[in-house]
Design a protein around this ligand. Structure first.
Ligand code: ZN
Ligand code: ZN
Length: 393
């Protein structure tokens, strides 16, 4: 390089070389010699230089006493009721979000886009088919190896009964056939072996199946009867952005499964951003990663809700999940070392300040004099009652 001018010229050429796409991406002329200016007769695939989407979110939860821990969302809407995306989109979202199992639970009684007055013109046979959202997502779920449960939401305008999700029905249409009588709907679903979930029990929306604004959240006589007849198997402790602490006690007292569900209506991207871990998840402690195993686990009440950096579960599965997720080691008399081997958020105290253990981290925790249990501040085993782990070290 002889002088500054040459240097600048060289640098410019170098810069251009880095910026230009690889030679393979240039358009090709059918006969460049005959007409060098006529290019782009072939389609050029630019996929390799476009931003590739991030890989699917990995949620790590170690096995619990020989069971697998599956990640699920059991309350999801699509355009077939009042949601804003197609059933197949829900499959892609769930896979990208690291879920193993979902149920699309479109409203039976509220379908603003479908039917005679709706915005869509489906063939009459399709408009009357309440399995359509399940059927529309099924092949894609199989292709993506996502477990898909047939679902629907019974959507009554009064509380009781409010809203109930029907999971694992064999055919939603006979349930719809008795829609004038919610008791019959629950019974027909149960006769099909369905799992029945009381949704958002504290949702304040008197016109749409919720409780009156300001009314205490209560287990009504009607809900007591539903439960007694075996027509309620679980309750949502978390729905969308709402948390109902008393549901912990209700589930413990009546042997019901705890759920944290999204009740998502808009697209996942619009609701949470890309792969946002704030999406509510219900962990299912299942023998296998199969639909039969999920059904067995739900009826056995082996679930843990996870949302907003909190977890809710029942004895013995919540402590068992903690045991498999967090290793405890004594460093000195007054210090323990905790290792969080999972993606679950953990916040603990040993009588001192709270210590957060985000996923896959190791931290030393100061142990106050005489402390014999580890308190897991964000894992709830009953209403407002954090999980206590007796220390053996
Ligand atoms: Zn609802
Ligand atoms: Zn819903």
């Amino acid at each position: 390089m002889s002088n500054r001018r040459d240097f600048l010229k060289q640098s410019a050429l170098l810069g251009a070389a880095t910026l230009s796409p690889a030679a393979g991406l240039w358009g090709k002329s059918a006969n460049p010699a005959a007409n060098p200016k006529k290019v782009n007769t072939y389609t050029v695939n630019m996929k390799i230089v476009q931003a590739t989407p991030p890989p699917a979110r990995q949620i790590t939860v170690p096995d619990v006493e020989g069971f697998k821990v599956l990640k699920g969302d059991f309350h999801i809407h699509t355009l077939f009721s009042d949601g804003h995306v197609m059933p197949k989109d829900r499959v892609w979202e769930a896979v990208n979000n690291g879920l193993d199992v979902i149920s699309i639970t479109d409203h039976i009684e509220h379908r603003p886009f479908i039917g005679k007055n709706g915005q869509w013109k489906l063939a009459e046979t399709q408009a009357d088919d309440f399995n359509i959202w399940y059927d529309a997502a099924r092949s894609e779920a199989e292709r993506k190896e996502l477990l898909l449960i047939r679902g629907a939401e019974i959507t009554k305008r009064t509380m009781p009964p409010g809203h109930f999700n029907v999971l694992f029905a064999t055919d939603n249409n006979p349930i719809v056939a008795v829609t004038d009588d919610w008791k019959k709907m629950l019974q027909v679903a149960a006769d099909q072996g369905a799992f029945l979930l009381w949704n958002h029990p504290g949702w304040e929306a008197p016109q749409s199946g919720g409780i009156e604004k300001g009314a205490p959240l209560s287990f009504t006589d009607a809900h007591e009867e539903i439960c007694r007849k075996g027509l309620m198997h679980g309750i949502e402790i978390f729905n969308d952005h709402e948390y109902y602490p008393v549901v912990s006690d209700w589930c413990n007292e009546r042997n019901l499964a705890i759920f944290a569900n999204s009740d998502i209506h808009n697209s996942e991207l619009a609701t949470y951003g890309i792969q946002n871990p704030l999406r509510p998840i219900t962990l299912v402690i299942a023998k296998e990663r199969t639909l039969e195993s999920v059904k067995e686990a739900l009826f056995a009440k082996r679930t843990v809700g996870w949302a907003a950096d909190m977890l809710w579960g029942r004895d013995p599965w919540l402590p068992a999940l903690f045991k498999s997720s967090v290793d405890i080691k004594a460093v000195t008399q007054g210090t323990l070392e905790l290792t969080n081997k999972s993606s679950l958020p953990v916040s603990v105290t040993l009588g001192g300040a709270a210590v957060n253990l985000p996923q896959n981290t190791k931290r030393q925790v100061y142990r106050a004099e005489g402390i014999k249990t580890l308190t897991v501040l964000n894992w709830m085993i009953a209403m407002n009652k954090p999980l206590e782990i007796p220390l053996t070290v």
